[in-house]
Ligand binder design. Structure first.
Ligand code: C2E
Ligand code: CA
Ligand code: CA
Length: 573
């Protein structure tokens, strides 16, 4: 701007005097890389200076020649420049406009300064023309980096948030709905691990580009990060209803994506949907809500779409709170073990004790393992917690054995993540040895869910443990997929019939039939059977009558703290 002001002052002086200073002025302008145009409106005369000849192949000497400049520009960029060249209105002293030439590549910037006379009509103007092509392309690159994701070509997170904000503003005015879809590739880590990151990137890219095909005036698609995409749909109905979009996605997945290495992949997607204004009126909260439901979709078996509702938020907030407190609890070891006795149905002699964890929070409240174990399993805290359970229960066992000389089995619940740790077997064996315990006095309780994920790996570990003498018990039998076919493939000693069967054996005929056949099968396979959650004499006598060998439940003994177990053993002496 200073340069322009300097030159216009110079020009004015030159205009007035047209003295020998003109030489000096021309010299000053000619050294510039820009082109200048001085227009004396009253005389209708135009003088051009600077690098004019580099910019234009024609001369401009009066107002009518100005249209030659306009002819060089792309149609859609002409208007602002026309206004600027013919600036007539008083009060608009300075203006600038960017414009692209017909070639579509070269960019000029026009900058005008106008002086008006007392009657409000322009007296003179100076126009500076610069080539800004280089600057533009650098800007474009920066703009691309700021708004787009390099891998997929989709919008990035920040730009998505900006565009979604516009959608929400409009929806607020028009009383419309906006749906936000949080989309995540299922088991992407497995692809990365098994096929490598380069292939992983290609999968992310292909899915991203496919999702990008849904982009329109009403649909924005972005790549959030790694294997996560987001889509915002304005007024989702008709062909852009969420169901229709999801169906198209599913069709494409069924067809698969052909990678450059020739393999075809069929990665499924878990999708969470949150709607403005129902889920939230804030952009970031909407995205968060959609993310929460996406995790729900994953937890309930992946490859599905789920909608947000307010209960989920409650649930989620509780989970987050527990997760945070759990970290502290692990650090401070704020856990205790309770032990529940198991008795032989016939003799009523003590068969064993099941170690059941309890968490005492900072307000001295007991939090149920039903609440925190699933969370610990998800965030990995189950590993230190599980290790503590094994250590603590073996220590107690050793102490009671030494003190009271009782023979019994210590049952310990094991989660799937623990079982999958490489040192799972060696860790248990080391602790058994360290405490001077017979392996056959220890039993681990696993559920069928452990088997679903990695049957072969788990089976091998169980076989090794069993070879060392550790007992294996299958917990909650009847609640999972309960396929009988794997039963004789696994090294099982004990099968625990789930409480849900025991609850109904005295009242429901079909439960009776199923329970009877389970016990029958267990007996014929030579395993031991335990009835879980026996609360009444009727349940006990029925289970005993159909051949169930061990009874566990409130009727014969609730889970109790170690001190009460001491008490119990003392009485038995
Ligand atoms: P589970 O292994 O099936 O444990 C049996 C649950 O039923 C225990 O609940 C026990 O207190 C309860 N129970 C026993 N008898 C009765 C009865 O007659 N009536 C009723 N209503 N309930 C009875 P708890 O202690 O709350 O444990 C719940 C679950 O938490 C356990 O189910 C187990 O899956 C998990 N869990 C507990 N401790 C541990 C642990 O140390 N490690 C792992 N991985 N999981 C654990
Ligand atoms: Ca158990
Ligand atoms: Ca159980």
């Amino acid at each position: 701007m200073d340069e322009l002001r300097y030159q216009i002052d110079l020009l004015k002086a030159m205009n007035q005097k047209m003295s020998g200073r003109e030489k000096m002025f021309r010299l000053a302008c000619d050294t510039s890389n820009d082109a200048f145009l001085y227009y004396d409106c009253e005389k209708n005369s135009i003088v051009t200076f600077g690098s004019w000849d580099i910019f234009f192949s024609f001369a401009v000497t009066e107002a009518k020649d100005l249209s030659l400049i306009l002819d060089m520009l792309k149609e859609e960029y002409r208007e602002p420049v026309r206004e600027l060249l013919f600036l007539e209105k008083s009060g608009e002293e300075q203006r600038s406009a960017e414009s692209c030439l017909e070639d579509g590549r070269t960019w000029y910037e026009f900058e005008a300064r106008v002086d008006y006379g007392e009657d409000g009509r322009p007296v003179d103007k100076i126009i500076c023309i610069r080539n800004i092509t280089k600057f533009k392309s650098q800007n474009e690159e920066l703009r691309y980096l700021a708004y787009y994701d390099g891998l997929t070509g989709l919008y990035n997170r920040n730009y998505f948030v900006m565009l979604l904000t516009d959608f929400i503003r409009q929806a607020e005015k028009e009383k419309d709905i906006v749906s936000v879809l949080f989309i995540n590739l299922d088991d992407f880590r497995k692809i990365n691990d098994s096929m490598g990151m380069v292939v992983g990137d290609e999968v992310v890219q292909q899915y991203g580009q496919f999702l990008g095909t849904f982009s329109s005036r009403n649909i924005i698609v972005c790549h959030m990060n790694s294997d996560v995409y987001c889509m915002a749909v304005y007024d989702p109905r008709g062909s852009r209803s969420i169901e229709n979009i999801y169906r198209s996605i599913q069709d494409k997945i069924a067809e698969g994506f052909l990678l450059s290495n020739g393999t075809r992949v069929h990665v499924t997607l878990s999708v969470g949907v949150a709607e403005y204004p129902e889920a939230s009126e804030s952009v970031l909260e909407l995205i968060n809500c959609a993310e929460i439901v996406m995790f729900k979709a994953k937890a309930s078996g992946k490859s599905q779409l789920q909608y947000f509702n307010s209960f989920m938020l409650q649930d989620f907030l509780q989970t987050v709170e527990i997760e945070n407190k759990l970290k502290q609890a692990v650090f401070n070891k704020n856990f205790v073990l309770h032990f529940q006795p198991q008795y032989y149905a016939e003799s009523r002699k003590l068969r064993g004790m099941e170690a059941l964890i309890r968490w005492r929070d900072e307000n001295n409240r007991m939090i149920s393992p039903m609440v925190f174990i699933p969370i610990a399993e998800k965030n990995g805290a189950i590993i230190p917690i599980g290790n503590w359970v094994i250590e603590e229960s073996l220590r107690r066992y050793q102490e009671w054995k030494r003190r009271y000389g009782q023979d019994f089995i210590m049952s310990i619940n094991i989660s799937s993540l623990q079982c999958r740790k490489d040192n799972f077997v060696s860790h248990i064996m080391e602790l058994i040895e360290k405490n001077g315990i017979e392996a056959s006095e220890i039993e681990i309780e696993i559920t069928e869910s452990i088997l679903i994920e990695d049957f072969e790996e788990v089976k091998e570990k169980l076989i090794i443990l069993r070879d060392h003498g550790v007992r294996i018990s299958l917990d909650d039998f009847g609640t999972g997929f309960s396929s009988v076919s794997y039963l004789n493939e696994l090294p099982i000693d004990t099968l625990k019939v789930d409480k849900s069967f025991v609850d109904k054996v005295t009242t429901d005929e079909s439960t009776r039939i199923i329970t009877e056949s389970i016990i029958n099968m267990v007996n014929r396979l030579g395993y031991e059977s335990i009835a879980e959650g026996v609360e009444t004499e009727e349940q006990l006598s029925y289970m005993k009558q159909i051949g169930c060998s061990v009874i566990q439940g409130y009727l014969l003994g609730k889970p109790m703290p170690a001190e009460e177990v001491d008490e119990m053993f003392r009485k038995m002496l």
